[in-house]
Write a protein that binds this ligand. Structure first.
Ligand code: ADP
Ligand code: MG
Length: 253
């Protein structure tokens, strides 16, 4: 079943058509991957989905509701959370604190995040949940370290933890393993597959197909703002990757 779909999304920056009638469907409880050479419109697509950019035309539909061009906060409240290519933890705060302030109710904006009375009331349950997530991500031994002292791969894991604190239905991720060593990259994708089994839906942009191919359920290829190929399951995905249209856009990339 489709959890999210975009219908003919278009978005231009001046003369650049970053999205050109891009339509995708994201199935519930699946891991959907978007690939494409640099400048294909992948980040623009997820920025429009998550409300960080407004579409010029087209629609975004989540659980049957039209969420096109709603504010990032509103989209977040529907259960869509996104992570960024460059993790954005609060570096002076500890790993645990970074999870605590990410939680939906206290983390909505900085004013409520700083409402300590509210924070304290919810703290015990939150800390328990945050600690459980740190364990799951194998970051628990670092709970009191400053986020700024983590390695690149650990920051990617922390970013996933921050997303999970919001109890999302859909996590949208921009290059979750960029710059991460292969061993840890596989570990991250193994975690994502576990999350999928727990009922979370994943929409991911990633370049390193060699690593992620075996974990994905659905593949989209973008080029020049358009979806140029797509396929579900091992056989179809193989066909997509040997499609001359797809091979051609990757030449020289
Ligand atoms: P990808 O993530 O696939 O590399 P992007 O969505 O970042 O591609 O970019 C698609 C096109 O839109 C590129 O030509 C890029 O230069 C342009 N673009 C993206 N964001 C902006 C922006 N904020 N202002 C102007 N041009 C942009
Ligand atoms: Mg990008």
């Amino acid at each position: 079943m489709a959890l999210l779909r975009t219908e003919n999304l278009s978005k231009s920056f001046g003369a650049v058509r970053a999205l050109d009638n891009a339509s995708i469907t994201v199935d519930e409880h699946a891991l959907t991957l978007i690939i494409g050479p640099n400048g294909s419109g992948k980040s623009t697509l997820i920025n429009v989905i998550s409300g960080f950019l407004k579409a010029d035309s087209g629609k975004v539909v989540f659980e049957g509701k039209d969420i096109t061009n709603k504010s990032p906060n509103e989209i977040y409240s529907y259960g869509i959370v996104r992570t960024f290519q460059t993790p954005q933890p609060l570096k002076e705060m500890t790993v645990l604190e970074n999870l605590l302030i990410a939680e939906r109710h206290v983390g909505e904006n900085i004013r409520t995040a700083l409402n300590y009375k509210k924070w304290l009331r919810q703290e015990e349950e939150l800390v328990e949940r945050a600690y459980g997530l740190l364990k799951f991500l194998k970051l628990d031994h670092l709970w009191d370290h400053k986020a700024g002292s983590l390695s690149g791969g650990q920051m990617k894991l922390l970013e996933i933890g921050r997303a999970l604190m919001t109890n999302p239905k859909l996590i949208v991720m921009d290059e979750p393993i960029a710059g991460v060593a292969p061993g840890l990259a596989h570990e991250i994708f193994n975690k994502l597959v576990e999350l999928k089994k727990q009922g979370i839906t994943l929409l991911i942009i990633e370049h390193r197909l060699d690593i992620v191919l075996k974990y994905i359920d659905y593949l989209y290829v973008m080029f020049n703002g358009r979806v140029i190929a797509e396929g579900r399951g091992e056989k179809e995905i193989e066909r997509v990757l040997s499609d001359p249209k797809v091979v051609e856009v990757y030449i020289g990339d």
